[in-house]
Design a protein around this ligand. Structure first.
Ligand SMILES: NC(=O)c1ccc[n+]([C@@H]2O[C@H](COP(=O)([O-])OP(=O)(O)OC[C@H]3O[C@@H](n4cnc5c(N)ncnc54)[C@H](OP(=O)(O)O)[C@@H]3O)[C@@H](O)[C@H]2O)c1
Length: 277
């Protein structure tokens, strides 16, 4: 991984933070776009304390704003001429229905549309840097479908339904992306990290937070498959798969439906097309 440029979203906490630490320790140049610069700089300082020659650069980027994503990608491309690994790790689970800066239901916006847009804006650089990898973080909680008539849960919002739909979208996006990237030297895979004690449950009640802390895996353990997909030579040529515990895993019937994946791709493009130019 020495001198490889690796971009990891959601590296201020949980699984992403552990991934950033490990990749920086392997000699990679780690770029972390964050919405809170103070948090981002704390993570950078922590990593540099652990390994003095680590290279970590923090950029501001709020994934709940298309404009912020586009600005960040522009800054990134001005500064870096290569991108070898893109880890779309950031995610959230909101209890109440909220909307993004663009007025889009927040779970759909941050968990799906943000990585969709960021990947598109960085695709030329990834292709130029091939062999390169895109790693998307989904979840075992993807048993769902895409309700195109109510994709933003304008009716009947449920935090579970919104989260599951967004995690199904992560798999469908990965598979369609891998099909479109065939022959380019850029791979796209996703992973299910398992049940991990992170900030994801910060919006749930005290009882569930305590329960999660007691039984879930530590973030370093939870980051293992993410780190594996970002670095392991044996997966360099694998694309379009979903991994769990460093192995290809089965996912739901819906997640393997190419028509659903294409339709979601088209709908997602409509959402972000103003920012693609
Ligand atoms: N934990 C689990 O059991 C589990 C299971 C399956 C899948 N996952 C997936 O794993 C991924 C990582 O989550 P985690 O468990 O490590 O949770 P986490 O500790 O809450 O980390 C989430 C990260 O996403 C960032 N983020 C959220 N909204 C953002 C925004 N608008 N702009 C920029 N960054 C934003 C957070 O930044 P801030 O620090 O600024 O909030 C944080 O760095 C997610 O995709 C999640 O769905 C987790």
């Amino acid at each position: 991984m020495k001198d490889k440029v690796c971009l990891i979203t959601g590296a201020t906490s949980g699984i992403g933070k552990e991934t950033a630490k490990v990749l920086a320790g392997m000699g990679a140049i780690v770029v972390i776009p964050v919405r809170d610069m103070e948090k981002g700089n704390n993570v950078k300082n922590l990593i540099v304390e652990e390994s003095h020659d680590a290279r970590v650069e923090v950029f501001e980027c709020d994934l709940s704003s298309f404009e912020s994503i586009r600005n960040f990608c522009g800054e990134f491309k001005e500064r870096y001429y290569a991108l070898h690994v893109l880890v779309n790790n950031a995610g959230l689970w909101e209890r109440e229905r909220k909307v993004s800066a663009d007025g889009i239901e927040l779970t759909f916006a941050v968990n799906h549309l943000a990585p969709f847009l960021m990947t598109h804006l960085l695709l030329d650089l990834l292709k130029k840097s091939a062999p390169a990898r895109i790693v998307n973080v989904t979840s075992g909680l993807h048993q769902s479908t895409i309700d195109f008539d109510n994709i933003e849960f304008d009716r009947d919002f449920s935090s579970w339904k919104a989260y599951r739909q967004s995690k199904l979208a992560n798999i469908l996006f990965t598979k369609e992306l891998a099909r479109r990237l065939s022959g380019t030297g850029v791979t796209a895979n996703c992973l299910m990290p398992g049940f991990v004690s992170t900030g994801l449950s910060r919006n749930s009640g005290l009882f569930s937070r305590t329960f999660v802390r007691m039984i879930a895996a530590r973030p370093r353990k939870g980051a293992e498959t993410e780190i594996y997909l970002a670095t392991a030579p044996e997966v360099e040529k694998i694309s379009g798969e979903c991994f769990k515990k460093k192995k290809i895993a089965e996912t739901s019937k819906e997640s393997n439906d190419p028509d659903l994946a294409r339709r979601l791709w088209d709908v997602s493009t409509k959402y972000v097309e103003r920012y693609l130019i």
